[in-house]
Design a protein around this ligand. Structure first.
Ligand code: ARG
Length: 586
């Protein structure tokens, strides 16, 4: 494995050297290099430098140009405008760099210089409840971040903080005690995810109805909460059955999503029960939390309700019960102290931002989050329906996630069937799953997470525009060309001059590692999606301008096949980091 420095970073370095050589007074000045469509790159740093050193920027620029020693790399430097440098690379430099990328399994992408340990909290549905589109977003974005971070060399610990604790279990368990056969599976048969959920739904509805209409049942349910919290064995065993039944359902959904969720990573709210008391004690003893109207609270200067009164974070309620905050604070202690995390990443709905702001600040005050640790909420927006309102069924109910996934796969099957009539039903089913699920993931990942987005299946499975199907077709087309050419690993021919579309494609391919580093650092997977979409667009222009199989010479053909192959591997790797499959044929 050999990392390949990007052309941008090499040029940047040569320019910085030229700057210091021409203008020793400049020290280590940044040439401020960026991609440009007038030349390959433009450097704007000389303007600021001229201001600082008090010279004529165009003259300084000319001096720097004279000092650039890089015939092998740079074909032309032109001073333009008030003192910009327009830089054009040699074709050989581009081709050689790409050949070095192609020789490496990681496409020459350099691992992070100082990887740390990140705990990613994502895909956190709630026990005994249907999963909804919000859980979909957390799962899709979180899974992509996990893959991207791991690719950079970061140690990642996954945590699925499922909602598996709370007063609603009193009612559910009590109902099960009074109707003991409700969760029995006949003959010990395995139930499907759908069946598991429908069992839970039925139980939830029935116990809720009883809870609302029968005062005595309500009282028994409340006692059951106490029994659960005090660790009563029989109560706990029944609680466990709800958790297990729910997991059957969760795993079936994750499976549909083509997402691997490992059991040891599912550490729900209940996983921190043993720490809650201590968390409260530390907070109270250190004065971070104070008692207010019987509750244990943390106050913030800048968090006030509509009436102007401070809104505290309640760590323990006045009845002694612990809520969401106590669990999250205990989880921070666990993740930092036991798991050794230096970064905590929470992929959670933006509507919980105030909660996390208060939890993080409390953990800082308590010293659980110190100088070297950072906590970030990767906050995502709401999923909207076509009408621009929060996504609901016509009856106003939350849309069942499974129905959406099934529908996406069906639509994808229709699209695929229309394009190929020679495929068998099994082939169609396999590809439809990869295309349909990919479409849902890509639609989510291609808009900035913080923004709300419209859930529009027609658009998602469209063959044109910024969709995963477009990218998957680009990949499949490359594979088909390579099959036709009978070439698996075509070689580059750096001696050949490149056509404009080849240079554009090549320069874009070279940016892959930089884009990944940025995405990993800013937690913005949509920038990877945008990069891949641009890559596919460059490929389309390349095909239009440069015949591949019918190129003029054998070298030309192999060089173009080489570009196709590297583009294919980059697309494949990028899509894999987004959790999306790239079928070999479509
Ligand atoms: N289960 C919660 C929900 O459905 C999300 C949990 C987020 N993670 C956390 N550590 N609080 O909204």
């Amino acid at each position: 494995m050999a990392s390949v420095p990007s052309l941008a970073s090499t040029v940047q370095q040569r320019l910085a050297e030229a700057l210091t050589a021409a203008l020793p007074a400049a020290g280590s000045a940044d040439p401020l290099l960026r991609r440009s469509d007038r030349a390959d790159f433009q450097a704007n740093g000389i303007l600021a430098l001229a201001k600082k050193l008090g010279g004529n920027p165009r003259e300084l620029a000319a001096q720097v140009t004279g000092a650039i020693a890089a015939e092998d790399l740079i074909a032309e430097v032109e001073v333009s405008g008030p003192g910009f440098l327009n830089i054009t690379l040699t074709d050989q430099a581009i081709a050689r760099t790409l050949a070095a990328r192609a020789a490496d399994e990681r496409l020459g992408v350099e691992p992070a210089a100082a990887p740390g340990t990140t705990v990613v909290d994502y895909a956190q549905p709630n026990v005994a409840k249907e999963m909804h589109v919000g859980h979909l977003r957390s799962a899709v974005i979180g899974d992509a971040m996990v893959r991207i971070l791991e690719f950079t060399g970061e140690k990642v610990v996954r945590r699925h903080h499922i909602g598996d604790w709370g007063t609603q279990f009193g009612m559910l368990i009590q109902y099960l005690i009074e109707h003991p056969h409700e969760l029995d599976h006949e003959g010990g048969e395995e139930v499907s995810g759908e069946e598991a959920m429908s069992n839970l739904n039925r139980l939830y509805k029935a116990s809720r109805a009883l809870f609302d209409s029968d005062e005595e049942f309500k009282a028994r349910s409340r006692d059951r909460v106490v029994a659960l919290q005090s660790g009563d064995e029989r109560t706990l065993a029944l609680w466990q059955r709800f958790v297990d039944e729910s997991k059957i359902y969760f795993y079936s959904v994750f499976d549909k999503l083509d997402m691997e969720i490992a059991d040891p990573d599912v550490v729900g709210e209940s996983g921190y029960n043993d720490m809650l008391e201590e968390t409260c004690r530390i907070l109270e003893e250190s004065g971070v939390a104070v008692r207010s109207e019987g509750a244990l609270c943390v106050f913030f200067d800048d968090v006030k309700g509509p009436d102007g009164n401070p809104v505290p974070l309640i760590v323990r309620k006045s009845n002694g019960g612990y809520g969401y905050a106590a669990t999250d604070l205990s989880a921070i202690r666990d993740r930092v102290h036991k798991l050794g995390a230096d970064t905590l990443l929470y992929v959670v709905d933006a509507r919980q931002s105030l909660h996390f702001k208060m939890v993080f600040e409390t953990a800082r005050r308590a010293g659980w989050l110190g100088e070297g640790t950072k906590a970030v909420q990767l906050a995502f927006g709401t999923v909207l329906g076509k009408d621009g309102k929060p996504f609901k069924t016509r009856e106003g109910e939350t849309v069942r996630l499974v129905d959406l996934l099934d529908e996406a796969v069906e639509r994808a099957a229709a699209v695929i069937r229309e394009k190929n009539d020679a495929l068998t039903d099994d082939e169609i089913a396999e590809r439809a799953a990869q295309v349909g699920i990919g479409a849902i993931k890509y639609a989510d990942l291609s808009t900035s997470a913080s923004r709300d987005y419209k859930f529009d299946l027609d658009q998602m499975v469209s063959l044109t525009g910024d969709t995963s199907v477009y990218l998957q077709y680009a990949y499949a087309r490359i594979r088909s060309i390579l099959r036709k050419a009978g070439e698996d690993r075509p070689a580059a021919h750096p001696e050949l001059a490149l056509a404009p579309a080849e240079r554009a494609l090549g320069l874009h391919l070279d940016q892959f590692g930089e884009v990944l580093a940025e995405v990993a650092g800013s937690y913005e997977p949509h920038k990877l999606a945008a990069y891949l979409y641009q890559l596919a667009s460059h490929l389309t222009s390349f095909y239009a301008e440069c015949p591949v199989l019918k190129a003029d010479t054998a070298e030309q053909k192999e060089n173009r096949l080489f570009l196709c192959e590297l583009t294919g591997r980059t697309l494949h790797q990028g899509m894999e980091l987004l959790g999306i499959r790239t079928p070999e044929r479509l």
